[in-house]
Design a protein around this ligand. Structure first.
Ligand code: SF4
Length: 697
């Protein structure tokens, strides 16, 4: 319903990084929150169906040890003992946590504190590694810190919006609606789509560039060279606030000649894009997984940022490079540091003195001495016997990781596996020694941060089912059993948030962009009533209204860095197709929630493989087809002839899991190739063979 439901609480949608505000009532009625800055009352199909997911069958209601119901005390004792045993046998780094962008910031903070401060290992990584690690690495290389400079309003006030590797219409629908509404009011506003597929986002766009997969660096290098060649640069900005332009330009020029051939684009369309970008000061370039999930993802993101730095189009109304996150709280995980390569609160081991600040803030006896394993390597270490205890929270790596069978076997062979989840039988939970029932969206309270740095409250409005508990409470209980009760003795999420906020102000005289120390003094009541708040919120001095319009980068000399990047051609011509994986409009992750809503399933009831008719090898539209990829792993899907699919590529949704449709698990066909800088898996680079599938029945 669009009407505000009676007795509604203000909360946020748990599905994507747009972070829409939701008014939700215990009777299941939901409406968009008209006062939330992300959505102003809008919701997409998934958001409007939230009320239909409140009473999910298959909830995990009680702790279980070895498949049998156990008391909380017994299960928590078992977890503590399992982690103690693994560290006794394998050392500090013999344990790991694998967490999720579905966690609230307070849960994330507690998990990171336990791992890095008390277990003493950097081995905590998040499924956000699969989503936006390349954007994080690119921000850090260019700006000195992981900062998204723009806001959603910039997308509306831009004169040109370029979506790169983003089917925004389906993956971040409310943002796309905002752009569409702005274009309706201001028809001169242009929309350009850079995507190998003619996606729903490309319908109605002013220009669609069906780029060759993996050639984004070549495109934006061509742009950089074009801007410089034609004097279309902001020399004052570059001179005052950046460094490294010459090296970046040299690399760009090497790619610029022959860019049309490298990118596979029509020269006329390429020229139009270069001209439009050059002549439009108010340009936002938004990117998502099409850039990030690549073996050159970080370079691709830096190529985009380079073009914005050269034109000074950053931090200004209607202008900037803009990475959007997939998950509702991927940003919160980045903020607390729940990734293997960062410490906490944007503090870093590599900066002298920062580890000591964290150690003292946490009163941590065993602070990890350096970065830990990142997702793919973490599960390889598990398979190699170097991890003796793994705790998975709110995610399903048995189906979501590349090289699916290998990852699944590693998880199945884990000496000790703990899974905290709301569902009893996810593919990963099935393999767990201990299952811990966590609170779901409608029950838990805390904060999330969306793609435009707005921190919002998520508020519970239903009682906990069975014996389910908040993730932070579960983590604190295990910490107490390991002897660290005093450091985890929080009264609730407000206390955790205050501790997290205070950490961001330590040693920060404006040297780090992420600073919410101004929120560290909130009372419980103020936290409960907290309105959506964009960071920074420093305790000292005024908050910057915008980042980077006047320079001030959190980097040496306060200057941003142009990063020299070069196109790396991919293998082609082997008769195989490049498999592009992605999301559908009405599904989320591995469908553990959205797959249970009939009207959401109706949009795409079965997994479909889209290929250009001329790549179908004579297979008929509507027939069953098999794709065979890495290590001979295969998936079976319904074939669709799609003239909008770039020749040489195929598209398959990534949602179908081993449980929902064992034959259609496409991530299993993807090799475990990662971006060498971000360690983000290249989920959009698999080479697959297409063949007919004939059922045995
Ligand atoms: Fe939820 Fe994203 Fe849809 Fe907003 S756009 S309602 S956050 S899924």
């Amino acid at each position: 319903t669009r009407d505000p439901p009676p007795r509604a609480v203000r909360t946020t949608c748990p599905y994507c990084g747009v972070g829409c505000g939701v008014l939700a009532a215990p009777d299941g009625r939901v409406a968009g929150d008209p006062d939330h800055p992300a959505n102003g009352g809008r919701l997409c199909s998934k958001g409007t169906a939230l009320g239909e997911t409140l009473d999910l069958p298959g909830r995990l209601l009680h702790p279980q040890v070895c498949g049998r119901r156990a008391s909380w005390d017994a299960a928590l004792d078992e977890v503590a003992e399992g982690f103690r045993r693994a560290q006794a046998e394998l050392g500090r780094d013999g344990v790991a946590l694998y967490v999720s962008g579905q966690l609230l910031t307070e849960d994330y903070y507690a998990a990171n504190k336990l791992a890095k401060g008390f277990l003493g290992t950097g081995n905590i990584d998040s499924n956000s590694r699969l989503c936006m690690a390349s954007a994080v690495a690119a921000h850090k290389r260019a700006f000195g810190e992981d900062v998204v400079p723009g806001t959603y309003e910039d997308l509306e006030s831009a004169d040109l919006v370029v979506l790169v590797g983003s089917n925004l219409a389906w993956c971040h629908p409310v943002l796309f609606q905002r752009i569409a509404a702005a274009r309706a009011l201001r028809p001169s506003m242009r929309l350009v789509i850079v995507d190998p597929r003619r996606t729903p986002s490309a319908e109605g766009a002013d220009l669609h560039l069906p780029i060759r997969p993996g050639s984004d660096v070549a495109l934006f290098n061509a742009l950089l060279a074009h801007l410089d060649d034609h004097g279309l640069t902001d020399r004052a900005y570059v001179g005052a606030h950046t460094q490294g332009l010459d090296a970046a330009l040299a690399a760009a020029r090497a790619d610029a000649a022959g860019a049309a051939a490298r990118t596979g684009l029509d020269p006329g369309a390429l020229a139009t894009f270069l001209r439009w970008f050059a002549e439009t000061p108010r340009t936002v370039t938004l990117w998502s997984q099409g850039i990030n999930q690549s073996e050159t993802g970080t370079d691709g993101a830096n190529a985009i940022i380079n073009a914005h730095l050269l034109t000074g189009r950053i931090g200004k109304p209607g202008a900037g490079p803009f990475s959007v996150t997939g998950q509702p709280n991927a940003m919160g995980g980045r903020e607390v540091g729940a990734l293997g390569h960062v410490l906490a609160g944007h503090l870093d081991w590599s900066v002298p003195g920062e580890a000591e600040l964290v150690r003292r803030h946490w009163n941590a006896p065993n602070l990890a001495t350096g970065p830990g394993l990142k997702a793919v390597d973490l599960f390889r270490a598990l398979g190699a016997g170097r991890i003796g205890a793994l705790w998975v929270m709110a995610t399903n790596p048995a189906v979501s990781l590349p090289e699916g069978e290998t990852a699944r076997e590693a998880i199945a062979r884990a000496p000790f596996l703990v899974v905290s989840d709301i569902m009893e039988r996810t593919d990963t939970a099935e393999l767990a020694h201990v299952r811990l029932p966590a609170l779901g969206w409608a029950e838990k309270s805390g904060t999330v941060t969306n793609s435009e740095r707005v921190i919002s409250r998520q508020r519970g409005f239903l009682p906990a089912p069975g014996e389910a508990r908040p993730d932070w409470w579960i983590i604190a209980q295990v910490a107490a059993r390991l002897g660290w009760g005093a450091e985890f003795a929080w009264s609730g999420p407000a206390a955790i948030f205050r501790e997290h906020a205070a950490l961001t102000g330590l040693g920060n005289e404006g040297s780090r962009a992420f600073d919410i120390s101004g929120l560290a003094g909130m009372s419980d009541a103020e936290y409960e009533a907290m309105a959506p708040t964009r960071w920074p919120v420093p305790a000292r001095g005024p908050a910057a209204p915008r980042f980077f319009a006047g320079g001030g980068f959190p980097a040496p000399g306060s200057r941003a860095r142009f990063v020299p990047v070069s196109h790396k051609p991919r293998e082609e011509g082997d008769g195989l197709l490049t498999l592009l994986t992605g999301r559908l409009r009405d599904q989320w992750h591995t469908m553990t929630r959205t797959g249970l809503v009939p009207r959401l399933m109706a949009h795409a009831p079965e997994p479909v493989l889209a290929v250009h008719p001329e790549d179908a090898g004579g297979l008929e539209d509507g027939s069953l087809a098999r794709i065979t990829g890495h290590g001979g792993a295969s998936a079976v899907l319904r074939l669709r002839h799609d003239p909008g699919q770039r020749r040489g590529t195929a598209f398959a949704p990534m949602h179908w899991t081993a449980q929902a449709s064992p034959a259609a698990r496409v991530n299993g066909t993807v090799p475990p190739v990662v971006d060498p800088i971000s360690a983000q898996p290249a989920l959009k680079s698999a080479r697959v063979a297409l063949s007919a599938f004939t059922p045995a029945w």
